[in-house]
Design a protein around this ligand. Structure first.
Ligand code: ZN
Length: 513
């Protein structure tokens, strides 16, 4: 039974073709970043298998029944606008729902359709669907932690207005339905309503992003599974082994009814069994990448984040073709480093009065302390670039550490401005080919400078002005000054004379990035 469809022609055909590639790329980069994959531990021989009733779904909405599960229908005849990102079983029945990235909900096998976000413009894409224990409601959760309730699902709070380090990837109800947990890709767990907190990986350094989780049947613990198939257990959840998913991505974990085992599904359609879980691997593989696994008692899906990452990279590549990363003759770009700080608003006010658009290279730790200042920069039409998470000298770091510094800085800016930066500036201008290529993989172009009046040494306002104007001989200028990192009142005071002086010499102000 199909309850919602998107009849119009769409972008999905394009997306669909790319999904398989993205999964391969993400898996490859996870391995390159040192992701650890443990050896798979199958069901012990001689153990009577717990019967498996489950379904997996792929990005096209095609469903593969496993074990005793009846075929309930799927989306094979439907043209989707955006990929399916989750499947959830209706508790106690053989019905199930699928959800798509744009908030569409599709109901099958007697599961009721109770509404969707399909027609609503969303700030951030939907990443998961979680049923209530009664099967008469469900929640949709977006990557920014926004929660949307349908049917008998009640709202117990969300992260919709909280800046997050990492996107939300999964959601699960408590046993009563009077609360839920949200899971972020860094392993952070957020409990609402009667959901109890049993621990998380938030703040820990993890080798690979967390894909999804499953709550233990008694609701007193949960298993988190990362992209490589590694499992972390909390509360009363017992770890039964890690899945070695090889070149695929782990996308779902479903415990057996007695919690003495679980199945782990991977993007290539494999289902691996652990503990007393019966064998799950023998199934028809789906044409598209598998997004998750659903049973009548537990469901989880975990392909949303790699899909989103890829779509974001596409969008960045497209916008990078339109951004300025250079200055021509008689052009000048003012760039402000090390903020935001208490001087940022003064800089913005001066630039606004002077009619100049500039570029800010913000430090992640400062962005997190003052997201409103970075938002003010973006709102004023300024470009915001990445100046790393904590102003580290990148030349002293490993490739994986370089990526982490830049990614964390970019994520902080994206959380504050809802726009991912396109450029970065290495602290101290210390750079290397490795740094440039690691940054390029994140979609970041390096911006250095050719004018440095050393305003950070506070030489006096008139000295700052004269040092900048002395370089103005008609060549393109990228001026590095500072709106953070110390007392910047001299810099703020120097701005009018710098702008008037350069304009008098025939310069036009351009914004980079
Ligand atoms: Zn700096």
């Amino acid at each position: 039974m199909l309850s919602r469809q998107n009849p119009e022609e769409n972008t999905f055909a394009r997306v669909q073709g790319l999904v398989r590639r993205v999964v391969g790329l993400v898996a490859a980069s996870t391995v390159a970043l040192g992701g650890s994959a443990g050896g798979g531990v199958g069901a012990a021989p001689g153990v009577i298998p717990t019967s498996l009733t489950a379904w997996t779904a792929d990005v096209n909405g095609i469903v593969a029944p496993i074990g005793n599960a009846p075929a309930g229908g799927d989306l094979h005849a439907i043209k989707l606008q955006m990929p399916v990102i989750a499947i959830a079983g209706r508790p106690g029945t053989t019905g199930y729902w699928m959800a798509s990235l744009d908030g569409g909900v599709f109901a099958f096998g007697g599961a009721p359709f109770l509404g969707s976000l399909g027609a609503r413009p969303l700030n951030q894409p939907v990443v998961n669907i979680a049923p209530t224990p009664t099967g008469r409601g469900y929640w949709l959760v977006a990557s920014d932690g926004g929660v949307f309730s349908f049917g008998d699902a009640r709202f117990f709070g969300s992260l919709g207005s909280t800046p997050l380090n990492r996107p939300i990837v999964a959601m699960s109800s408590t046993a009563t339905g009077h609360g839920y947990w949200l899971l972020a890709s860094d392993g952070g767990v957020f409990a609402f309503g009667d959901a109890r907190f049993f621990g998380s990986l938030g703040g820990e350094r993890i080798a690979a992003p967390i894909a999804t989780f499953a709550v233990s049947p008694r609701g007193r613990g949960y298993w988190l599974v990362d992209r490589t198939g590694r499992v972390r257990a909390f509360g009363d959840a017992t770890p039964w082994g890690d899945a070695n998913v090889g070149a695929a991505l782990a996308v779902g974990i479903a415990p057996t009814k007695d919690a003495n085992g679980y199945w782990i599904a991977s993007s290539d359609g494999d289902v691996r069994a652990f503990g007393d879980a019966g064998p799950g691997a023998s199934q028809a593989h789906l044409a598209g990448s598998t997004v998750g696994i659903a049973t009548p008692w537990a469901s989880s899906s975990g392909l949303a984040l790699p899909l989103l990452e890829f779509l974001r990279t596409l969008a960045r590549a497209r916008s990078r073709q339109q951004i300025r990363t250079w200055v021509g003759p008689d052009e000048v770009a003012l760039t402000f480093d090390d903020g935001p700080s208490q001087y940022t608003l003064g800089v913005l006010a001066a630039l606004e009065r002077l009619g100049v658009q500039a570029t800010f290279f913000a430090v992640g730790t400062e962005v997190v302390s003052h997201p409103e200042l970075v938002r003010a920069e973006a709102d004023a039409g300024m470009a915001v670039g990445d100046h790393t998470w904590d102003h580290a000298d990148l030349t002293h770091l490993s490739p994986a550490e370089i990526t982490a510094e830049l990614q964390r800085g970019s994520d902080a800016i994206a959380a504050a401005t809802r726009r991912s930066p396109l450029c970065f500036r290495p602290p101290y201008g210390d750079t290397s080919p490795t740094i440039v290529s690691q940054a390029a993989r994140l979609g970041l172009t390096q911006i250095l400078w050719n004018v440095d009046p050393s305003d950070y040494l506070r030489p006096g306002t008139s000295t700052i002005v004269s040092r900048v104007l002395a370089t103005a001989n008609g060549r393109g200028l990228v001026v590095a000054i500072h709106d953070g990192g110390g007392d910047r009142s001299q810099t703020v005071a120097a701005l009018p004379a710098i702008v008037f002086g350069l304009r008098a010499r025939g310069y036009t102000f351009v914004r980079l990035c």
